[in-house]
Design a binder for this molecule. Structure first.
Ligand code: SF4
Length: 371
């Protein structure tokens, strides 16, 4: 199981110009280093950050407050990556859109846009495939290919944002797409910082959620980062036996350890951790499981999301009946815990939790091809 693997260099670029320096994904201080190398005044870094992240401009010619000579140099030596959507699939009632992106490496990743009355949320991928092999997850069945760079993570955000109608703005970003974000720690954190920095995309950290299977050392590291983003821990079972069956990572980081790490994170950030619990028929949905879960939750400041299993091909698992889901919820809620049931959006287009998989060529509900 691979938790951290080497990344393509940020500076290699992802816009089809490997010889050019990709400016997207560079922090203000990295941009400052670059403009110093180019013998440009320091304030050019802030100007570039404002164009790239603040104004989302990717054409150097449009950066009107930069001198002509500098723009010409940028056109020759730098690029600002963009990712190409190969297809977009829109769910019934338009509550979710699944994007299939092809990276310049040829790898493909999926991202999902979800709407409700209050939120417009982008669910982005942090890896191509995933090494965690959770048994209920389509991505886990693909295996792991590679980590995404911060720019490849941000490219998903900007491509979807650009596709929104003018009256909509992204309110939330969740790292719950393909991959385990904390296994790609540095690039995930870099993209979170660029999304939330005032010199970046300027989102509130509290609107960003990192999901994890429970890589305990990385959760503890995250607790010390001084970030106010949300942490969602995929718990999915109330005993180690069941959790190991569903999530092999539990052998390395069992329930006691991941809950202790989540508690450390919650105390350090003064925020409640979110526990995610995918309810699977006859696997983890018994009353006894609910009672154990209620007890586990009393160990730390947390809230719970109950997610009825989204059925996938090649899986023995099934979604519980509605009355079973409600019984389970009531038992957990009797411990004064908030336990909403979250039906994932986009089930009909295989865009819901645990359903992302780049199985190109399978017949689907393709509504429109991205231009
Ligand atoms: S649930 Fe998340 S961590 Fe587990 S296999 Fe799927 S993508 Fe990976």
């Amino acid at each position: 199981m691979q938790e951290q693997s080497k990344n393509n260099s940020e500076l290699m670029g992802t816009s089809g110009s490997p010889e050019k320096i990709n400016l997207k994904g560079l922090t203000l201080s990295e941009l400052a280093g670059l403009v110093a190398e180019w013998d440009e005044p320091k304030y050019r870094a802030a100007q570039l950050a404002s164009w790239i992240y603040g104004k989302r401009v990717s054409n150097f010619e449009h950066m009107s407050n930069l001198p002509k000579g500098f723009r010409a140099k940028l056109m020759k030596e730098a690029s600002i990556s963009e990712v190409r959507a190969v297809s977009c699939t829109v769910s019934d009632a338009d509550v979710a859109t699944k994007y299939l992106f092809e990276l310049t490496s040829g790898d493909k990743v999926e991202s999902v846009l979800m709407h409700d009355q209050e939120r417009t949320t982008i669910c982005i991928s942090s890896q191509v495939g995933c090494a965690m092999a959770c048994d209920f997850c389509a991505t886990g069945k693909m295996g792991f290919f590679r980590n995404l760079s911060a720019s490849e993570i941000l490219d998903q955000f900007t491509a979807i944002e650009r596709d929104l109608s003018e009256d909509k703005a992204v309110t939330n970003v969740v790292f719950m797409g393909m991959g385990e974000p904390l296994a790609n720690y540095d690039q995930t954190l870099k993209s979170v910082r660029l999304l939330s920095d005032s010199d970046g995309y300027g989102m509130s950290e509290k609107r960003i959620t990192i999901s994890t299977v429970g890589l305990a050392p990385r959760m503890r590291q995250l607790a010390r980062e001084g970030l106010k983003c949300n942490l969602a821990l995929s718990l999915n079972a109330a005993t180690d036996n069941v959790r190991t069956r569903l999530m092999p990572i539990n052998e390395k980081y069992p329930i006691d350890e991941v809950l202790a790490a989540a508690k450390e994170w919650a105390l350090a950030t003064k925020r409640k951790a979110t526990l995610e619990y995918v309810l699977i028929r006859d696997v983890n949905d018994a009353d006894a499981d609910a009672k154990r879960l209620r007890k586990l939750m009393s160990r730390l400041p947390c809230k719970l999301n109950l997610i009825p299993f989204n059925e996938i091909e090649d899986s023995e698992f099934r979604r519980p009946e509605l009355n079973r889901i409600e019984c389970f919820r009531q038992i957990v809620a009797s411990g004064q815990h908030v336990a909403p049931i979250r039906f994932s959006k986009g089930h009909d287009i295989a865009a819901a939790c645990g359903q992302l998989r780049t199985d190109f060529g399978k017949p689907g509900t393709m509504i429109r091809k991205a231009s």
